[in-house]
Design a protein around this ligand. Structure first.
Ligand code: SF4
Ligand code: SF4
Length: 193
């Protein structure tokens, strides 16, 4: 149902812009004075980057593509996440896959390419909700920086390996990564950020 939002009329005082700036400065000064008059141990200062901020439950940060115990990707390239994505920032190319050695059994499809353009993503979490395989998670990690746009295109192996597991297990070493790629016949070269 459409909602009509009333436009707020600015008073002549607001239109001078001095009054809103003054009000903003009062708030800033209030915080400043409170900060310098509070005892050091009661101050809330995160010494970033040495200290990391604990993000609240439900925070939607960077993505991770989950794996099975044997290292195989959980994603079956069903395109549900890409369809649900309002920013159209997920690119998937599926490939057929039939490895009977997998502990998880036979899967018909997997992504040959899975890319997320982190610059277009709005971290809405729809991809996570749409996934029928619980294969894509939005983690609490929030640090994201690069020197060029291309580096913000996260590929399949970036999304699978960027983070340690939720239960604290270390991420896979490069050697075990190579073994998994050979075992699963993955021909895709590691997509570097
Ligand atoms: S979080 Fe939202 S915008 Fe980002 S990839 Fe998922 S569905 Fe798309
Ligand atoms: S991440 Fe989930 S929804 Fe997206 S293609 Fe893979 S299995 Fe389907």
């Amino acid at each position: 149902m459409a909602v009509i939002v009333k436009q707020v009329e600015l008073s002549w005082l607001d239109r001078t812009y001095f009054w809103p700036i003054f009000k903003g400065m009062v708030i800033t000064m209030r915080h400043f004075l409170r900060q310098i008059t509070t005892r050091t141990k009661d101050r809330y200062t995160v010494q970033y980057p040495d200290m990391k901020r604990e993000m609240p439950e439900g925070y939607r940060g960077l993505h991770e593509l989950k794996r099975f115990e044997d290292g195989a990707i959980k994603c079956v390239a069903c395109f549900m996440c890409a369809e649900a994505c309002p920013a159209r920032c997920i690119t998937i190319r599926a490939e057929e896959f039939s490895d009977l050695n997998l502990t998880q059994g036979f899967e018909e499809k997997r992504p040959a390419i899975f890319k997320i353009d982190m610059l277009r993503c709005i971290y809405c979490g729809y991809c996570e909700e749409a996934c029928p395989k619980d294969a894509i998670w939005l983690r609490k990690d929030y640090e994201l920086a690069a020197y060029d746009r291309l580096s913000m295109q996260f590929g399949k192996w970036d999304l699978m390996n960027t983070y340690a597991d939720v239960d604290g297990k270390a991420r896979l070493t490069q050697e075990s990564e190579k073994e998994i790629k050979i075992h699963h016949g993955d021909t895709e070269s590691t997509e570097k950020r």
